[in-house]
Design a protein around this ligand. Structure first.
Ligand code: NAP
Length: 251
C-alpha cells in the first residue's frame, strides 16, 4: 500500500505516518517544514520506503507538478490522506483578519482540492483507491469565533459525500473523518504562538490524541473493499454539545 499524507509534520498527520509505517505502507509525506520531514523520514525510513515533499499545498502549480512527478515507486497511490489544515484566530467574524480567512480557505479547501484533483483520476483509472478527508465536528456544530474554520470543514464533509456520488460504479472510496478536540499543534497555530492560550484549550480535560485519529483512519482504509465508510464523527468523552445560545435583554 502506498499512502500520501498531507500535513505529516505534526499532530494527526505525523501519527498517521507512524501508524501506516508500522503496517508496512510506503509513504509520501507532505509538509512545509523540511526539518520535520527529514526527522520523520529518518525515523520511519528504517521500516518502510519514504518520499518526502516539502510543499505548501496552497501552491496550485507546485502541487500539480510535484504530484505529477512522483518517483515511480511512489506514483501508484492507494490512499490520500488530505489532513493538512489550519485554524487561525478566535475573534468574532466582525473583528477577524481577512488574511486569516483567506489562508484558512486556501489551505483547508483549495489545498485539499489541488491534491485531490491531482490524485483522483489515477485512482479511478486503476479502479482502486481511498481518499480520507479531515473534516471536523466544527463542520456540523458552529461555535463562536469558528466562522471560516467551521465553513471550511462543512465544505470538506459535503465535498466528500458528493465525490462518492460521482464515484459510484468505481471501487474508489472516500471518507470524511470529523474529530472533536485532539491535542496537537492546531491551537498553537490558531493563537499564533501564544503558548498560554494554546495550553488553555487542553487544560484540565482529556482530549483525544493524534494516534486515536490515526487508528480510526487506518481502520477505515482496511475495511473490506466492498464497504465505504462515508463519515465518522468522534469526540473525547470530555466534550459534548452546548444548548442553542439565547441573547436576553430588557425590551
Ligand atoms: P497540527 O498539529 O497543527 O498539524 C497540521 C499539519 O498541517 C502540519 O503538519 C502542517 O505542517 C500542515 N500544514 C498546514 N498548512 C499547510 C500547507 N499550507 N501546506 C502543507 N502543509 C500544511 O494540526 P492537527 O490537529 O494535526 O490537524 C490536522 C487536521 O485535523 C486539520 O485538517 C484539522 O483541521 C483537523 N482537525 C483537528 C482537530 C483538533 O482538535 N486538533 C479537530 C478536528 C479536525 P507544516 O506547518 O510543516 O506545513
Amino acid at each position: 500500500m502506498t499512502v500520501l499524507i498531507t500535513g505529516a509534520t505534526a499532530g494527526i498527520g505525523a501519527a498517521c505516518a507512524r501508524r501506516f509505517a508500522l503496517h508496512g505502507a510506503r509513504l509520501v509525506l507532505v509538509g512545509r517544514r523540511a526539518h520535520r520531514l527529514d526527522t520523520l523520514a529518518h525515523e520511519l525510513g528504517k521500516l518502510v520506503p519514504i518520499h518526502t515533499l516539502e510543499l505548501d499545498i496552497r501552491n496550485r502549480s507546485a502541487v500539480q507538478q510535484e504530484l505529477a512527478e512522483l518517483p515511480a515507486e511512489f506514483a501508484t497511490l492507494d490512499v490520500l490522506v488530505n489532513n493538512a489544515g489550519i485554524a487561525l484566530g478566535l475573534e468574532p467574524a466582525q473583528r477577524s483578519d481577512l488574511d486569516d480567512w483567506v489562508a484558512t480557505v486556501e489551505t483547508n479547501i483549495m489545498g485539499l482540492l489541488y491534491c485531490t484533483h491531482a490524485i483522483l483520476p489515477g485512482m479511478v483509472a486503476r479502479n482502486k483507491g481511498h481518499i480520507i478527508n479531515l473534516g471536523s465536528v466544527a463542520g456540523s456544530y458552529p461555535y463562536p469565533g469558528g466562522h471560516v474554520y467551521c465553513g471550511t470543514k462543512a465544505f470538506v464533509h459535503q465535498f466528500s459525500l458528493a465525490m462518492r456520488a460521482d464515484l459510484l460504479g468505481t471501487k474508489v472510496h472516500v471518507t470524511s473523518i470529523e474529530p472533536g478536540k485532539v491535542q496537537s499543534e492546531l491551537a498553537q497555530v490558531r493563537f499564533k504562538g501564544n503558548a498560554a492560550r494554546a495550553a488553555a484549550v487542553y487544560a484540565d480535560t482529556e482530549p483525544m490524541t493524534p494516534d486515536d485519529i490515526a487508528d480510526v483512519i487506518h481502520w477505515c482504509v482496511t475495511r473490506p473493499a466492498h464497504a465505504n465508510i462515508n463519515s465518522i464523527e468522534l469526540m473525547p468523552v470530555d466534550q459534548a454539545f452546548n444548548p442553542l445560545a439565547v441573547h436576553r435583554a430588557r425590551i
